[in-house]
Design a protein around this ligand. Structure first.
Ligand SMILES: NC(=O)c1ccc[n+]([C@@H]2O[C@H](COP(=O)([O-])OP(=O)(O)OC[C@H]3O[C@@H](n4cnc5c(N)ncnc54)[C@H](OP(=O)(O)O)[C@@H]3O)[C@@H](O)[C@H]2O)c1
Length: 334
């Protein structure tokens, strides 16, 4: 058996291209003591992967040149020399952009595919789901009747944040790119207000008109001009949660908010969230998210691209808005 992997060989300037990776085909070895061999069925494509391609450390160190590209992934144990793992168990972990992973048993997490499809543990029941849940509830502390604005609203994290905010009794508004994404938020998720940032000339004016009482919680996935626009319409005591800034990840110089003094006027707070800080509390979130899914209170969509050879093209869909729902690569096995 052979493993196919994507190895980072140079650091992108702007969007990642195929030239930044070497596709490697290597024969699979047998696990050593304490190791587990996993067949990877799904690879999670996350905006953070673009940051991990840069040199240096942000909240985690960047991927070293010559290493397999880091990615969350899910699959099945096919060989094990670790006491906790048996052949046939389904697992997730940072398994990389490859078809098989040889890892230390301690680095794997068991997942139950009787209660949800394997791929969901990379999305709503995985890292992005925890981000939405704790980012909104722990950092935002939403109260019934408050106005919550979400950017990147039709994406994985954004669409879940808005749905949780609705469950908590908030009035929810979303900013997304394109008529179809806005129609999904308005008609299927029943959000109160949606704004297509790609077709609106004056976003601050639109926010003032649609959200006349101001924004109590702004959950920002995008940064740049959208963050600046939201800052012009804050309610007193607002909470601004910086989850990401996807508009900036491929820029050589990044744009900070020029309207930040509006936070002072509003007596607001601006805070960042990193999901890693919540992994030890995951069970609490997974209980709620699973229940809301069962009760039909949350709609969850995936966007699955078949074939590892679609990397890195598929990753870049995140930056063009080409994904509708949680973006995943699915490995194909003969
Ligand atoms: N802090 C943490 O621990 C943590 C953890 C997970 C994710 N995140 C962050 O959460 C955000 C969302 O991640 P996700 O996995 O849920 O991705 P996603 O929202 O499913 O996909 C990314 C979406 O971002 C939008 N976008 C891309 N470039 C844009 C631009 N220049 N301006 C405006 N919108 C743009 C696109 O939607 P449109 O079609 O609407 O433009 C695209 O579909 C990212 O910023 C990510 O880094 C943070």
């Amino acid at each position: 058996m052979w493993n196919t992997s994507y190895v980072l060989v140079s650091r992108p300037l702007g969007l990642a291209t195929e030239a930044n990776f070497r596709r490697e085909e290597l024969p699979l070895a047998e696990p050593g003591e304490g190791e587990v061999l996993v067949r990877i069925d799904y690879i999670s494509l996350d905006p953070a992967m673009r940051g991990w391609m840069n040199a240096g450390t942000s909240y985690v160190p960047g991927v070293e040149l010559g290493d397999v590209m880091r990615a969350f992934a899910a699959g099945e144990v096919i060989s094990s020399r670790h006491q906790n793992w048996k052949v046939g168990q389904t697992v997730t972990g940072l398994l990389g952009v490859q078809t098989y992973a040889m890892v230390k048993g301690e680095l794997l997490t068991a997942v139950d595919t009787n209660s949800a499809p394997l791929s969901w543990y990379l999305g709503i029941l995985g890292m992005p789901g925890l981000t939405a849940y704790f980012g909104l509830l722990d950092k935002g502390n939403p109260k019934p009747g408050e106005t919550v604005l979400v950017s990147g609203a039709a994406g994985m994290v954004g669409s879940l944040v808005g749905q949780i905010a609705r469950i908590k009794g908030c009035r929810v508004a979303g900013i997304a790119g394109g008529e179809d994404k806005c129609a999904f938020l308005k008609n299927e998720l029943n959000w109160d207000e949606v704004i297509n940032y790609k077709s609106i000339a004056d976003l601050p004016a639109a926010l003032k008109e649609r959200l006349p009482n101001g924004i109590d919680i702004f959950f920002d996935n995008v940064g740049g001009n959208i963050l600046d626009a939201a800052l012009t319409n804050l309610a007193r005591g607002c909470r601004i949660i910086i989850c990401g800034a996807i508009s900036q990840y491929n820029q050589l110089t990044t744009q900070g908010p020029s309207n930040y003094m509006k936070i002072v006027t509003a007596r607001g707070t601006l805070t960042g969230v990193i999901v890693l800080d919540y992994f030890d509390k995951a069970a609490e979130a997974l209980n709620d998210l699973s229940r809301w899914l069962r009760e039909g209170k949350i709609i969850y969509n995936e966007h699955i691209i078949p074939g590892i050879d679609q990397f890195p093209f598929a990753l870049n869909l995140l930056f063009s808005g080409g994904n509708t729902g949680k973006l995943l690569l699915q490995n194909k096995f003969e």
